[in-house]
Ligand binder design. Structure first.
Ligand code: ADP
Length: 371
């Protein structure tokens, strides 16, 4: 019973991966669900198709990626009716993501009633952030009543790559301090002390922190009032501006980091400035987390950008030799796992993330079988 099916349900997609231990037996993506000409009429049909195609005998669990677990879900949780209602109550905090996960959970429960369904939350890994790192300085009653605090996201990725970094360094994870930089379409930084998250750059939602493909990352919240009052923009339009038309899309007119980077290398000033803003933000968070952690063993890049872009890695951490941080250009160009020179006080690493594998292992832990 070591097989685990991992499902990542989007509003019109279903990404799946079937594991036997750490081995991937099958993977794929059902797209444009419910759209004309799409792969399936609804999530039920998509999952039924998977059940026909995949050999699910001996399935120990289905692990579902759920974006927001709020304050309640500090660990992966076997799903029952009460858990489903609790995930439903969190919809206002993740209106785009939690409804899709709920659909996937309901369908999988109906079609695989004898298999435990486990919800694995993007937020859980960050539940160890201490109150001084999770609270903002606003009225405490308002914050408590409305659940306003830093939750953080990309938790499965930060957990996996920080552990993998400890393994690379040959140190126990419980004694290793890592700054993890997950740079994909979404992007976030985390400070991990001895395997536990103590700081992260995303917040109530996945909007703040680093500059992303289409999300702004940190801004002065007053710009919302300013655009509303002075420019007459409705609140929904400002939300759309900050979440879909900002980040690299806003600065350089393109959310794809690789093409912005190509323009930058060709000398395009707009693309160069966008890359400078992007790297400067990474540098600011890295410096901040050096101070939060006090002692740092490694800084680890991951995500599509972090795993592949030597330019971003080199620019983001350039000139920090006095802090014990340097990058070996050849190791960096070869995308090696450790890209700092041997003997550096702080290792710099590039580690491919494995979010689905982490979800599978969290699901196994939740049902009490680590196999
Ligand atoms: P998601 O967050 O959707 O999982 P990924 O982690 O795959 O996305 O990251 C996508 C981003 O990675 C895109 O902006 C893409 O341009 C960038 N990327 C992928 N390969 C490279 C590369 N070789 N150089 C620079 N950027 C890259």
């Amino acid at each position: 019973m070591s097989r685990v099916l991992v499902l990542n349900s989007g509003s019109s997609s279903l990404r799946y991966r079937l594991f036997d231990g750490a081995e991937v037996l099958a993977k794929g993506l059902v797209q444009r669900i419910g759209e004309s000409g799409g792969d399936a009429a609804d999530h039920g049909e998509a999952l039924r198709r998977l059940m026909d195609e995949l050999d699910l005998t001996g399935l120990a669990a289905v692990g579902h990626r759920v974006v927001h677990g709020g304050e309640r879900f500090t660990t992966a949780t076997v799903v029952d009716d009460a858990v489903l209602s609790a995930i439903e109550e969190l919809i206002p905090l993740a209106p785009l993501h939690n409804p899709a996960a709920l659909t996937g959970l309901r369908v999988a429960r109906r079609l695989l009633p004898d298999v435990p369904q486990v919800a694995v939350f993007d937020t859980s890994f960050h539940s160890t952030i201490p109150p001084e790192g999770a609270l903002w300085a606003i009225d405490r009653e308002v914050a408590a009543k409305w659940g306003i605090r830093r939750y953080g996201f990309h938790g499965t990725s930060h957990a996996y790559v920080s552990r993998e970094t400890a393994r690379l360094l040959g140190k126990p994870a419980g004694e290793t301090n890592v700054i993890t930089l997950h740079l994909g379409n979404g992007a976030s930084a985390a400070a991990v002390r001895g395997g536990r998250s103590v700081a992260t750059s995303m917040g109530l939602t996945p909007l703040p922190g680093l500059v992303m493909g289409t999300r702004s990352g940190d801004v002065d919240p007053s710009l919302i009032f300013h655009l509303h009052r002075e420019a007459g923009m409705p609140i929904d339009e400002i939300e759309d501006l900050l979440t879909r038309r900002s980040g690299m899309a806003g600065l350089a007119g393109d959310n794809d980091l690789r093409s912005v980077e190509e323009r930058c290398l060709a000398g395009d000033p707009e693309a160069t400035l966008a890359i400078d803003v992007y790297c400067r933000r990474i540098r600011e968070y890295t410096g901040s987390y050096l101070a939060v952690l006090g002692r740092v063993d490694a800084i680890t890049f991951t995500g599509g950008v972090g795993e592949n872009s030597r330019t971003i890695r080199a620019r983001a951490l350039a000139g920090l030799e006095a802090l014990g941080i340097s990058i070996d250009p050849e190791r960096n160009a070869r995308n090696e796992r450790v890209i700092s020179p041997d003997g550096s006080p702080i290792a710099v690493c590039a580690v491919p993330t494995e979010e689905e594998l982490e979800i599978a292992s969290e699901a196994r832990k939740a049902i009490g079988s680590e196999g």
